[in-house]
Design a protein around this ligand. Structure first.
Ligand code: F6P
Length: 341
């Protein structure tokens, strides 16, 4: 069997551990593996990279993806799907492992319905994919943000300042909530609940009345004020119809400073959250996902996505993963409020 493997969408720590695990498991079984460059783009351009034990040696701890990635949508190209199918046949690829988030796996779901033998692996720092408890990349991202919040604490305290930290996560507040709880944030703002500016400022003021001279506010890039829209970096949509979020931190920071009179600074963490070495959790999760993905292919079980349920790696229907966005568990958010102000 010849197995193709691709990584699509935004990169994240843990992609290389998945690639390594698929290659190692498949090669133990004497199968041939070929890497497809830059996600679905590589199947449109027929751009591949041979993969063997040597090419995956030493990549476990490396962030990013040795295959490259892109946000290319073959369904948005004239005749794109036919080209993908033709190129798969010409490359002699019998089965495909697609590693990605909602967009990449959405394409995989549709291709499966059109007869392509594909298995999905859930990736995203945002943790917003359904049908899995966690995606890999998320743990690394929240640990990076937590460390940044720890660092912001000391400078905030030294200067008697409010620090607003804008984090990624798109339209789900997982990164904000987990990193905010872990970092001891004094307020966390998420896309699932519109920002009540008065409430945020009141909370900061009451904290200062209690004798605290600084505060840390974590805001998700997708959070927005009541009756207003999300803040955008640019209006153009990508091939999957996504906007580029960003800017809520600055707007919120100014509002807090103007309302409370407390000096405020804003930090936008951006792609720092996606870079660098994966945590042990993400290396192990990626490895378990990769091994399971190969097993599904070997069993001829296509149209599935590997998934973490509790502590078990299971398989679910690809379709279930992308049916709807997995937004933040609001019980967790309610709990985090105990620590506000
Ligand atoms: O989906 C992952 C993610 O990092 C989001 O949190 C963020 O909004 C987006 O990707 C940024 O995308 P890009 O890398 O295209 O700027």
């Amino acid at each position: 069997m010849k197995i193709g493997i691709l990584t699509g969408g935004g990169d994240c720590p843990g992609l290389n551990p998945v690639i390594r695990a698929v290659v190692r498991t498949a090669m133990n079984d004497n199968q041939t593996i070929v890497g497809i460059r830059h996600g679905w783009k590589g199947l449109l351009d027929k751009e591949t990279k041979p993969l063997d034990l040597k090419s995956v040696s030493g990549i476990l701890h490396k962030g990013g993806t040795i295959l490259g990635t892109s946000r290319t949508n073959p369904y948005k190209k004239e005749g794109g799907v036919e080209i993908v199918k033709k190129n798969l046949a010409e490359l002699g690829i019998d089965a495909l492992v697609a590693i990605g988030g909602e967009d990449t796996l959405g394409v995989a779901t549709n291709l499966y319905k059109e007869g392509v033998k594909v298995v999905g692996v859930p990736k995203t720092i945002d943790n917003d994919l359904g049908a899995t408890d966690f995606t890999f990349g998320f743990d690394t991202a929240i640990n990076i943000v937590m460390e940044c919040i720890d660092r912001l604490h000391t400078t905030a305290e030294s200067h008697d300042r409010i620090m607003v930290v804008e984090v990624m996560g798109r339209h789900a507040g997982w990164i904000a909530a987990y990193s905010g709880i872990a970092g001891g944030a004094d307020y966390i703002l998420i896309p699932e609940i519109p920002i009540d500016a008065k409430e945020v400022c009141k909370s900061i003021q009451s904290r200062h009345e209690r004798g605290k001279n600084f505060s840390i506010i974590v805001v998700s890039e997708g959070a927005f004020f009541k009756d207003e829209n999300v803040c955008l970096q640019e209006k153009n949509l990508d091939e999957f119809g996504h906007v580029r979020l960003g800017g809520i931190g600055q707007t919120l920071g100014k509002l807090i400073e103007d309302t409370t009179g407390f000096e405020t600074r804003v930090t936008v963490l951006g792609h720092i959250q996606r870079g660098g070495t994966p945590t042990a959790f993400d290396r192990v999760l990626g490895t378990r996902f990769g091994v399971k993905a190969y097993k599904l292919i070997k069993a001829g079980s296509f149209g599935k996505m590997v998934s973490l349920k509790g502590n078990q790696i299971v398989d679910v229907n690809l379709e279930d993963a992308t049916k709807e966005l997995k937004t933040l568990d609001l019980d967790l958010y309610e709990m985090s409020k105990i620590f506000f102000s």
